[in-house]
Design a protein. Structure first.
Length: 306
């Protein structure tokens, strides 16, 4: 049986009213463009293994969490929680990252009248009569699912794609239009219900379509949803230019109450003087020099604080 991600990670939406938690943990929040974090949301992890289960052990998220969790203070304390948040720096389509399923190829081949209800951007369609008896592989199952979706009307549907991700053992959907659009899967009530059979039930990751968000809007929405962090940074290296870094520093310095967070900024030695000149006047901004061999040293102040 697949294990729900909620067993080891809390995923919360930016649009929630008020704070998600009542007291603050002075942990680090890392803003990432990784699509596995649903748009306008954040996820909190309490172990390195849970980060690896979620993102994969070859991901930068895992490498950063490893650096963070393995820090040990002089009083023998280590960080106990880390947060990853969505940074939508370009328009994205609605997506489903399916959960790992137990259905075998033979069981798929026994389905001649599969069905599910899919909603993309407020438009719902009942996909029925999906005949999987002819499939010869899990990739064929993905193709027939995609064919059923593409048969509907509108770019969100006709340009949608479904693939079988062998590394995750899951079916993934990408909508056909990168606009604000919710994505929901439900049961039709007739035929063979495919929702859980293909891993698009409650254990899947659903990420709504979204337009690109500015750095300021990203930070403000995240802090309003939950200020349960003491330091933040953006990944991967180079995702923000100096103007955007200055924008983040400006937001941080003006956030009330004052100096609520440390903004952790990695800087190459050749850029240090320019960064110092641009950011020296912003309270709460911490510059840390890094190189290709230094690891994620900019995270160290956040690990110490946590």
């Amino acid at each position: 049986m697949a294990i729900a991600f909620t067993k080891y990670v809390d995923i919360s939406s930016f649009v929630a009213a008020g704070n998600v938690v009542q007291t603050r943990d002075y942990i680090s929040r890392i803003f990432t463009t990784n699509a596995l974090i649903p748009t306008n949301s954040f996820s909190e992890f309490t172990t390195l293994s849970s980060v690896g289960d979620y993102f994969g052990t070859s991901s930068e998220e895992y490498a950063r969490a490893k650096f963070y969790f393995e820090f040990v203070s002089k009083t023998f304390f280590s960080p106990r929680k880390i947060s990853f948040a969505s940074y939508v720096n370009a328009n994205v389509a609605p997506k489903i990252f399916g959960s790992r399923f137990s259905t075998t190829l033979a069981q798929f081949q026994a389905i001649t009248n599969g069905s599910l209800r899919l909603t993309l951007g407020g438009v719902s369609n009942n996909l029925t009569g999906i005949d999987l008896s002819v499939v010869a592989s899990l990739a064929d199952v993905a193709t027939l699912l995609q064919d059923a979706i593409n048969a509907e009307t509108g770019t969100q549907w006709t340009a949608a794609t479904v693939v079988y991700d062998a590394s995750r053992g899951a079916f993934n959907l990408v909508g056909g239009d990168a606009v604000v659009a919710d994505v929901i899967v439900a049961s039709v009530g007739t035929g063979t219900d495919l929702k859980n059979v293909i891993g698009w039930g409650d254990q899947a990751i659903f990420s709504n379509g979204s337009l690109a968000m500015t750095v300021t809007d990203t930070l403000q929405a995240s802090a309003e949803a939950s200020n349960n962090f003491g330091a933040f940074l953006f990944m991967p290296y180079g995702i923000l230019d100096l103007d955007q870094i200055t924008e983040a520093a400006t937001w941080n310095a003006s956030y009330v109450p004052n100096v609520s967070f440390m903004y952790l900024v990695p800087v190459l030695r050749d850029d240090a003087s320019d960064y110092a000149a641009a950011l020296g006047g912003y309270a709460g901004t911490v510059l840390r020099e890094y190189s290709s061999t230094s690891g994620f040293v900019e995270m160290l102040p956040g690990a110490i604080q946590a």
